[in-house]
Design a binder for this molecule. Structure first.
Ligand code: CP
Ligand code: NVA
Length: 330
């Protein structure tokens, strides 16, 4: 498979996603069995952060180290970006030093521009619109727990935000039905919802948006939530905490789901707000397994994007690269 950048969950086809999941499992097994898998020996990843991070930062840095490479943490405010150097110039300069760039940005446009100007692969490590790396780990967790995706229903309860957008696209591509319960005015982007529904329909599944958490959770195989106040929304905090109150994942909501339903949360969590501590630490929580899977799935992503053998074989094809993504040809 050939993947140039990973900016949106929509950059990758169902086949591409399945291949990434297969490789994630392979690399996870190798790590657990203490088998060497230094597939990115001598490679460097630049990580630009406009926002804070625990999981993304540590899993990418550790992942590069385990693959034999190296990662650089770059706070946007410490770069010349903070003093007015353009994102385009930054992309061109970094492309001369490193083999891949990951960026966590406010505006989605920033990571898009970065990808357009860089000559190395670019990864979206969360923007205001999407968080595709998170969803790779979520899908790996669902696969580990449920075996496959087709016929499953996932219910996302809460804000129609970046995580919700990538989750809808990713789950729909693999044949899951997705039910999103969000308060009025906080529904996911309608274009992303439409696109996800189209993907789901190919499998006889659906994507629906409701304001009723009970309806979304009904007969669900997976319950999912995220914070009510995302990074950059602190000014709206008081209002949001009020509006989202009925959208908590708790034992009562859990009872509406299937008996073997699992619960996921991308983290960080606010216990007592979007999820109760009881559910988070309960028997059906897979939240910390999900957090660990960020490491394994991102290693698969890095190998896919950076692995030199892919690039050589692409060059050998004389520029005729068959893209599996969107069925395009490059
Ligand atoms: N889920 C996630 O992306 O966590 P961090 O903000 O800690 O990276
Ligand atoms: N929606 C959250 C996700 C954090 C990983 C945010 O953007 O802050």
């Amino acid at each position: 498979m050939y993947l140039r950048n990973f900016i949106s969950m929509n950059d990758v086809s169902e086949v591409g996603l399945r291949e990434l999941l297969r490789l994630s499992k392979e690399l996870k097994d190798k790590l657990k069995n203490h088998e060497s898998h230094r597939r990115l020996e001598g490679k460097t990843l630049a990580m630009i952060f406009e926002k804070p991070s625990t999981r993304t930062r540590v899993s990418f840095e550790t992942g590069m180290y385990q693959l034999g490479g190296h990662a650089l943490y770059l706070s946007a405010s410490d770069l010349q970006l903070g003093r007015g150097e353009t994102i385009e110039d930054t992309a061109r300069v970094l492309s001369g030093y490193v083999d891949c760039i990951m960026a966590r940005t406010f505006k989605h446009e920033t990571v898009v521009k970065l990808a357009e100007s860089a000559s190395v692969p670019v990864i979206n490590g969360l923007s205001d619109l999407e968080h595709p790396c998170q969803i790779l780990a979520d899908l790996l967790t669902i696969q580990e727990e449920k075996g496959d995706f087709k016929g499953l229903k996932i219910a996302y309860i809460g804000d129609g935000n970046n995580v919700a957008h990538s989750l809808m696209l990713g789950c729909a591509k693999l044949g899951m039905s997705v039910s999103v319960a969000a308060p009025k005015g906080y529904a996911p982007d309608s274009e992303i919802a439409k696109l996800s529904h189209k993907e789901a329909e190919r499998h006889g599944a659906f994507v629906e948006i409701t304001t009723d958490p009970g309806k979304a959770a009904s007969q669900a195989d997976v319950l999912y939530t995220d914070v009510w106040v995302s990074m950059g929304q602190d000014k709206e905090k008081a209002k949001r905490l009020k509006v989202f109150k009925p959208f908590q994942i708790n034992e009562k909501l859990f009872k509406k789901a299937k008996p073997d339903c699992i619960v996921l949360h991308c983290l960080p969590a606010h216990r007592g707000l979007e999820i109760t501590g009881e559910v988070m630490d309960g028997m059906r929580s897979r939240i910390f397994q999900q957090a660990e899977n960020r490491l394994h799935s991102q290693k698969a992503l890095l190998v896919t994007l950076v692995m030199p053998v892919k690039r050589e074989s692409l060059e050998n094809q004389g520029g005729k690269v068959a893209l599996m993504f969107h069925g395009q040809t490059d």
